[in-house]
Design a protein around this ligand. Structure first.
Ligand SMILES: *[C@@H]1O[C@H](CO)[C@@H](O)[C@H](O)[C@H]1NC(C)=O
Ligand SMILES: *[C@@H]1O[C@H](CO)[C@@H](O)[C@H](O)[C@H]1NC(C)=O
Ligand SMILES: *[C@@H]1O[C@H](CO)[C@@H](O)[C@H](O)[C@H]1NC(C)=O
Ligand SMILES: *[C@@H]1O[C@H](CO)[C@@H](O)[C@H](O)[C@H]1NC(C)=O
Length: 333
């Protein structure tokens, strides 16, 4: 048996490891060329792109596990329920959501235990996503004991006009015709009474608030029977009162300032912006490797996995194993 067998084995292992720790494959040194479809996709006719994504690891971590494409419909999932996404406005950073169990100007959707999802976010998501300041939530049929009316009837109610939208106009909608003609005793309020002041010791039938006033629209916890939501895309002012409002929930997203530079550099070097699925930190996806900065920087290349070499640099692995086999062959001779 050839005596130098063990030294040869050691040498070949050393070579393999050298191949692993050497500079990454040439492609990533010179910047990546990741296909645009790595993270961008379509759902129906809506483009889903950064900071949103339909694939794990793509998009910003603050907006992860949020959008899903179900039978060609883009859906947004929150603790309060699922919403249909009608539009993603990348220029103005706004999403338009619709929920079927929401009242509008044509029809009321109410039930004693509450109807509709409302809008409740996970606390960790709040820095990144929230309803637009110009979005009015109209809470309907809330009981006097509702947290919305804390201290009722002595306390000042939080109800008010939001971007010119309030209950005075909303109660004029056809949706309320049956409600105010059926009972006989009910009078359609007007003026101050409509947008929030108590009438004869009764809480208002409708209370409009901006998101900032409550920060969670949980219809059952607020002891309401339903809700509506309308938004105005300033500076366009709706004509014809509440019949001309846009019904739905307008949501805005915000990313940390540092993300802009990170993502710009990542894209400029041919990468796709994403995030680490464990640490949630920004990650630049460079094809066969990931970087915490961009695809030109090999120094901080993040090679994930316990055995990074064969995964990240298959070509080097093949080369090294070929070398190793020939060394074995020499060792046996
Ligand atoms: C998508 O298609 C629907 C009709 O199918 C249309 O109403 C809507 O405006 C379209 N949205 C976009 C963003 O093109
Ligand atoms: C890079 O990161 C993405 C998203 O976190 C992950 O899916 C992928 O497996 C990673 N690639 C490598 C080579 O580690
Ligand atoms: C809404 O409030 C109800 C009653 O307090 C609670 O059981 C439920 O978990 C809340 N829903 C969300 C999404 O927070
Ligand atoms: C709310 O808006 C209505 C309709 O534009 C207006 O008549 C009313 O005075 C407003 N109320 C307040 C308190 O601003």
């Amino acid at each position: 048996m050839a005596p130098p067998r063990r030294p040869f084995l050691a040498a070949s292992l050393a070579l393999l490891c050298t191949a692993c720790t050497m500079a990454p494959p040439l492609a990533s040194v010179a910047g990546a060329n990741v296909p645009i479809t790595t993270c961008r996709s379509f759902c129906g006719n809506i483009t889903v792109d950064y900071p949103f994504a339909l694939r794990p690891g793509c998009g910003h971590a603050g907006l992860r596990d949020l959008l899903f494409c179900i039978n060609g419909a883009l859906m947004l999932h929150l603790p309060s329920g699922s919403y249909r996404v009608l539009d993603v406005d990348y220029a103005y950073r706004g999403l338009t959501l619709h929920e079927p169990a929401m009242s509008d100007c044509r029809a009321l959707d109410r039930a004693p235990a509450g109807r509709g999802n409302g809008f409740v976010l996970e606390p960790w998501r709040e820095p990144y996503l929230s309803p637009d300041p110009d979005n009015a939530f109209l809470l309907l049929g809330c009981r006097a004991t509702s947290p919305l009316f804390q201290g009722f009837p002595d306390r000042h109610l939080p109800c008010r006009n939001v971007s010119g939208m309030g209950c005075g106009d909303y109660l004029g909608c056809p949706a309320w015709d049956d409600f105010y003609s059926g009972g006989g005793s009910r009078r359609r309020p007007s003026g101050d009474a409509a947008y929030g002041a108590a009438v004869q010791g009764q809480p208002p039938e409708c209370c409009a608030v901006p998101w900032s006033a409550i920060r969670a629209v949980n219809v059952s916890r607020l002891e309401c029977e339903g809700y509506s939501s309308a938004y105005s895309l300033a500076p366009v002012r709706a004509e014809g009162g509440a019949a001309g409002w846009a019904y739905g929930i307008r949501v805005a997203w915000t990313l940390p300032e540092s993300n802009r530079g990170f993502c710009g550099a990542c894209r400029a070097t041919g990468g796709a912006c994403g995030h680490d699925m464990e640490s949630q930190a920004d990650l630049c996806l460079c094809g066969d490797w990931n970087s915490t900065s961009n695809c030109d920087s090999s120094a901080d290349a993040e090679r994930s996995g316990a055995a990074p070499c064969p995964v990240a640099a298959p070509r080097w692995a093949v080369l090294a194993s070929g070398l190793m086999m020939s060394l074995w062959w020499y060792a046996w001779r």
